[in-house]
Design a protein around this ligand. Structure first.
Ligand SMILES: [Zn+2]
Length: 187
């Protein structure tokens, strides 16, 4: 379902905070289209740090693996990345469905090492929103529909006090891949 307790604006605000704390970047330099690697010098370990801060803030579990790794896991070695380390056409087709206009620089034959630079503030925020939108209608602990949020960041059950139960990021990617494969039969 699509939750309406946490706004996209709030997600972006928390993401900015996480980026500023991790990279000591200037708050004003972070825009939706900012590439964390190209524009503000993030390295792989910084992504772990930023994800951890987002997990703590929202009570979620971010994906540990990128879509490409999940494609290879589900559809076999070589499905997403060929023997030269280049993205396959099928992988590009899938990434376009997933990220659309958020990743305008995606091209077939692109080197997999170039992919992390495509990660923008907007694409991370979208990942967080997807997880937040996995909030079930009813609280799994008491069965009531009484989710609420005092601060627009953490969600609790207003009936029994349980923390919101979200699907973790990796499982969401797998669910999405399964659904797209059923609909479009790409692999
Ligand atoms: Zn409850």
């Amino acid at each position: 379902m699509s939750q309406n307790l946490i706004t996209e604006e709030k997600v972006f605000q928390e993401l900015k905070k996480a980026i500023v704390e991790t990279l000591r970047a200037d708050d004003n330099s972070i825009r939706p289209e900012t590439s964390l690697i190209n524009d503000i010098g993030a390295e792989s370990l910084d992504f772990l740090d930023i994800n951890y801060r987002l997990e703590q803030a929202f009570g979620i579990k971010m994906a540990r693996h990128f879509v490409l790794e999940h494609i290879e896991d589900m559809f076999g070695e070589g499905a997403a990345i060929d023997e030269n380390g280049l993205l396959t056409e099928k992988a590009i087709e899938l990434l376009k469905i997933r990220f659309g206009d958020n990743l305008p620089d995606l091209k077939p034959g692109m080197d997999m090492d170039e992919v992390p630079a495509l990660v923008t503030a907007q694409s991370i925020a979208q990942g967080v929103m997807d997880i937040l939108d996995s909030l079930p209608e009813k609280c799994p602990a008491c069965g009531n529909s009484a989710w609420q949020s005092d601060d627009g960041v953490k969600v609790k059950c207003g009936s029994c006090g349980e923390n919101a139960a979200y699907t973790n990021g990796d499982d969401l990617i797998k669910e999405w891949l399964t659904k797209v494969q059923e609909e479009k039969n790409i692999f």
